[in-house]
Design a protein around this ligand. Structure first.
Ligand SMILES: [Zn+2]
Length: 608
């Protein structure tokens, strides 16, 4: 019989052993949330049972903070408190369907550079945290292919990653995180960022079942919420592995620390060790404030805005004006729909920087468009850009890895060229029926790819514009970025697979703006001040609650060897933890962004 834990924390199955179907179906077993905080050490403190708020009726109202009880005075009481807070978190998240993204790089050993990516994998889905953990994936992947390989003739060692497994790492143990199943041993106090924590080692009790959490937790010492989990699940079933994970939470709403980042890593590259698997993976969770399924919002969203028609004349639109309005309608529909699906950040700070770069190119090229160019950040990791109408969209992963402003200009110029050349005339999205699909079906319903002729024309026009722009003398950086991408393209197929726009590479060759590669300097790994591309996560910080993005302000870290460069690579997370409301404007929901700290993942600043 499969136990709940066995199934839900199963992260990958191995084909060489008779294995059960590689289903990623959620368990349908009900998961009773017990509110049993009164086992031990609680009798003297009846008031120490804070009411866990029931989820607010509207799925997207900010959750009410839990009531603070009296401070625990013994370690046992602390344990009871964080066990209860964990159940409170699970309950609060029942109404939420956040986006979850996992990007994984399988590693191989390069004698000079250490472990480097060999192949990669990408998962994107929405989690439903209502009674169990379920997820629906945005990307219909090549499961059938993998299943064929798994179940077929091959006796080779073959692993299959289970995206659901990464989703489970947001909790230590969704159902049985309590004293009956675990021993908690206090270790010490420790600061994580600005937050003082109590550190506990957690071990499952003997015979408490498979797939129990084994590791360490950090509990903040004010409300006693878990803010970080580090460890794995044990014991492991015969035909499966549990990954190691380092899971971080952020205090985005008062009283709650919500899962935001998970880093996983396996493999050992010391001499003589034979790896069965070696990979590193980043999982990011965001979109906690999204509407469930994008459908339940009809009533909450009815607004009676008194919008004045501000067109200069009171006449009907001319044919050309009507055409432009029609296109703008399509553009607005798409931008709004992508934002609702948790794929676009709301308009914000980063867009100002992007628009400045676009403006620099426009002004120096005397480009005067009938409508201003807007920009938005796609929240996902794969490197892609696309444009819809006059809105240029660039992915978080691409912004993260670009080394400097001129390479950012290079990425934006290609899309600006499409706009200038009038390539973005697909106005079919002006019909609203075309916006009626489930969030998970976004990639099947929206697409902004151009034909190869338009791609070539946009590259040509973009280079022409860049040569007139303030970036003309700095295009070496952009070329070097593309050259480095070219050297890694064969290993980074998933990172280079665009989901809405055109791919930047075909096969293992970079095609986007490839003219710039020819004139770029050679990639020199040993030249420590040559930064061709940054690791993922180095620039954009995302607030997982409201999806707002801003640029990371981390201190540059000196690069001391070629192995520090890590272009396009996945690194661990080390967010600087802060309490929400401890910034200037206390407690306001809109200020959660101030309290979010980004992963400072060995970020490097280019020297140019
Ligand atoms: Zn293009």
């Amino acid at each position: 019989m499969r136990t709940l834990n066995w199934m839900v924390t199963l992260l990958l199955s191995v084909s060489a052993v008779a294995q059960q179907p590689a289903d990623s179906q959620p368990t349908s077993q009900p998961a009773p949330v017990q509110m049993s905080a009164s086992d031990q050490g609680q009798t003297a403190q009846p008031a120490a049972t804070p009411q866990v708020p029931s989820p607010a009726p509207a799925a997207n109202a900010q959750p009410a903070p839990p009531q603070a009880g009296p401070q625990p005075s013994t370690m046992d009481q602390v344990v009871d408190r964080f066990v209860m807070r964990e159940k409170g978190l699970i309950k609060m998240l029942q109404m939420r369907t956040p986006v979850i993204e996992t990007y994984l790089q399988n590693l191989t050993l390069d004698p000079a550079l250490g472990p480097v990516p060999q192949t990669d994998k990408y998962f994107l889905g929405r989690m439903d945290l209502s009674t169990s953990i379920d997820r629906k994936d945005y990307i219909k992947d090549d499961q059938s292919m993998e299943k064929h390989l798994l179940g077929g003739f091959s006796k080779l060692f073959k692993v299959q990653y289970q995206p659901l497994g990464f989703s489970w790492m947001i909790f230590a143990d969704r159902n049985d995180f309590d004293r009956q199943h675990y021993d908690f041993r206090y270790v010490r106090r420790e600061f994580l960022g600005d937050v003082r924590c109590l550190v506990f080692d957690v071990t499952p009790k003997p015979k408490s079942g498979q797939g129990r959490f084994l590791g360490r937790i950090w509990v903040e010492d004010q409300d006693y919420n878990i803010v970080r989990l580090n460890g794995t699940y044990a014991p492991r079933p015969r035909n499966a592995y549990f990954f190691h994970m380092d899971s971080w939470r952020l205090n985005l709403v008062p009283g709650y620390w919500v899962p935001a980042f998970i880093y996983s890593e396996e493999g050992d590259f010391s001499a003589g060790v034979k790896n069965q698997m070696a990979f590193k993976a980043q999982t990011r969770i965001w979109g906690y404030d999204l509407k469930k399924d994008g459908q339940s919002d009809e009533l909450t969203n009815i607004r009676v805005d008194s919008v004045q028609d501000d067109s200069p004349t009171a006449q009907d639109a001319s044919p050309l004006a009507a055409e432009r309005q029609w296109q703008q309608q399509a553009e607005d529909n798409v931008v709004e729909r992508l934002t609702r699906a948790g794929l676009l950040a709301p308009d914000g700070e980063v867009d100002k920087i992007l628009q400045t770069v676009v403006n620099n190119i426009e002004v120096t090229n005397n480009i005067d468009l009938p409508r201003p160019v807007r920009t938005r950040v796609l929240l996902t990791s794969p490197l892609e850009t696309f444009s819809v109408g006059n809105t240029i969209v660039i992915s978080r992963g691409l912004i993260d890895t670009l080394p400097d402003e001129s390479s950012l200009a290079m990425a934006l110029a290609h899309e600006l060229a499409h706009i200038v050349l009038g390539h973005n005339l697909g106005s079919k999205y002006a019909f609203n029926d075309r916006m009626l699909f489930s969030d998970e079906a976004t990639y099947q319903n929206l697409g902004f790819k151009h034909i190869p002729e338009e791609e070539a024309a946009a590259d040509k026009k973009a280079i022409e514009m860049l040569k007139n722009s303030p970036y003309a003398q700095k295009l070496d950086g952009a070329g070097l970025f593309l050259k480095m991408l070219n050297t890694r393209a064969g290993a980074l197929n998933a990172l280079l697979t665009a989901h809405l726009g055109n791919n930047m590479a075909e096969g293992a060759t970079v095609t986007r703006m490839s003219q710039l590669i020819g004139s770029a300097p050679q990639v020199d790994w040993n030249k420590l001040d040559q930064i061709a591309a940054l690791p993922l996560g180095g620039r954009v910080k995302l607030n997982p609650w409201d999806d707002k993005v801003e640029l990371v302000k981390s201190q540059p870290v000196a690069i001391t060897s070629a192995r520090d460069k890590m272009p396009f690579e996945v690194t661990p997370f080390f967010p600087r933890l802060t309490r929400t409301g401890t910034t200037d404007n206390s407690g306001a929901a809109g200020n959660a962004a101030n309290a979010v700290s980004a992963p400072t993942t060995a970020s490097v600043k280019p020297t140019n």
